[in-house]
Write a protein that binds this ligand. Structure first.
Ligand code: FES
Length: 73
């Protein structure tokens, strides 16, 4: 289930997560790629939080992937 993070631009947390996987690293990247916080700006703090959580999840997945790779060889 997705929730809207930016109502003005109809951007969901899932889209922010996908943007993080695609290389978005900060709010400026989200604004450029998705249009987050381009209108009223009320979503900026929550969008930043979603991005940070997505980046942390990505790091955990990468670490797990490395451990699995190391254990395979
Ligand atoms: S809620 Fe994101 S710009 Fe208004």
């Amino acid at each position: 289930m997705s929730v809207y993070v930016c109502v003005c631009m109809a951007i969901t947390d899932r889209q922010i997560c996908e943007a993080a996987q695609g290389g978005a690293r900060n709010l400026k990247d989200l604004r450029r790629d998705l249009g987050v916080a381009r209108e009223c700006g009320h979503c900026a703090a929550y969008a930043r939080q979603c991005l940070e959580e997505a980046k942390q999840d990505q790091k955990k997945r990468d670490k797990t992937k490395r451990l699995v790779t190391v254990n395979l060889f």
